[in-house]
Write a new protein. Structure first.
Length: 189
């Protein structure tokens, strides 16, 4: 079985509970989460400005991604030549599209579906969708695996000590994965 390769835009990686969910799924080999240094650098710059996490906390997350998923890095040398030819109106997004293509991602996750033109990237073999849509599809295919992942995520949240319901509340935020969270919640009842 071929494992789906996913590249997540920066805006998909916060709230961090969504990022943590994606990384837990990758640890369970449900799919692979590709990353680039450009992506991590943008994460370290953008998230602290929002006041959600400190620069140090975000840098720690990025260090963990490098350590746990070293084989999923898409090196800049592999996509640098593609950046200028990427579709879309935001040059900041071009590096992510290029990295996704160079990394042979199947899917690019983003909340900014206008910044990543679906048709143009689709012609290059890259599907653009939201994290919520993707996770709903994954739940449809692997419901028990994803319930287990959410339970594992709760168990690993030792500092915040959230219950499954509390985690699902946070995942239900409009910028999170609300439809996915609702499906998991129904399954847990």
């Amino acid at each position: 079985m071929t494992i789906t390769r996913v590249f997540a835009d920066t805006n998909t990686l916060y709230p961090f509970y969504v990022c943590d969910l994606l990384l837990h799924c990758a640890e369970e080999d449900l799919f692979r989460v590709l990353w680039s240094e450009d992506l991590l650098a943008e994460l370290v710059e953008v998230v602290p400005r929002s006041g959600r996490k400190s620069r140090q906390a975000v840098a720690g997350l990025c260090a963990a991604i490098r350590e746990v998923f070293p084989d999923d890095e898409v090196p800049r040398r592999d996509y640098e030549h593609l950046i200028a030819s990427m579709p879309g109106s935001d040059p900041d997004d071009w590096a992510h599209s290029a990295a996704a293509l160079a990394g042979k991602a199947d899917i690019l996750l983003t909340r900014d579906t206008k910044g990543f033109p679906k048709a143009a990237l689709g012609r290059r073999g890259l599907r653009v969708t939201t994290a919520d849509q993707f996770m709903c599809e994954q739940f449809g295919a692997f419901p028990e695996d994803l319930v287990r992942v959410v339970r594992n995520q709760v168990a690993d949240l030792t500092r915040s000590r959230l219950t499954a319901d509390e985690l699902l509340d946070r995942l239900s935020h409009p910028t999170g994965v609300p439809r996915f969270a609702a499906r998991v919640r129904r399954r847990l009842k």
